[in-house]
Design a protein around this ligand. Sequence first.
Ligand code: CMP
Length: 224
Amino acid sequence: MDEEELLRTVPIFSELTDVDITSLARLTNRRRYPKDTVVFFENEEGDFFFTIVDGRIKVTILGDDGREIILSVLGPGDFFGEMALLDNEPRSATAIAVEDSELLSLHRTDFQSVLTDNRSITAALIKILTARLRRANHQISTLALLDVYGRVARVIVDMARDEGKRLKDGRIAFRRATHQEIANRIGTTRETVTRMLKDLERQGLIHVEGREIVVQPDFEKVFD
Ligand code: CMP
């Protein structure tokens, strides 16, 4: 796909006219980031806005004890790096490719003029940032109100909702994240996650099938 076609698949740019897409494509740079490459670090100065063409980008912060806390894992069509450009503060988190990824980047000045010239993009941006705030509120309630078992169960529900594909038999399958990744999403240890997942599997609530976790169609009712 060329850059114009790629930009058309990005939700935040979906309202742009063909002419605007063509001029935006001229301003973006396309680059591959192999698995485990850091796109940028928390607290750095930031001058670029990124959209994900392919792959997955993990947004993390480091706790005082050096533990990694995963705020989000973003995929194709998602964007990141907008906050430092909107408030002129340093990067609020580190962004790391967790798979071989391809990104389109847009320089700060071009990002700002695209926002000024296109009210539809500003509206789409606000809508997506609002969705992120809702998600962050949900995460706060998970961390504050649930015990570790509940948190693991909720991660399963969230991943099935966000990333799940429905199988022919109605069950939902999604990527089997590493136990360390799940632990870093909910502030616990890998060993605890391993124990809890085994327990959920023993109860027949989840099934690990190859590189996927599979849950029943009514899994949300069981966990909520
Ligand atoms: P910026 O602060 O420039 O760099 C880190 C980026 O991570 C940030 O912009 C956002 O794009 C993204 N980010 C920060 N917090 C979250 C979050 N809670 N959910 C999703 N993305 C986030």
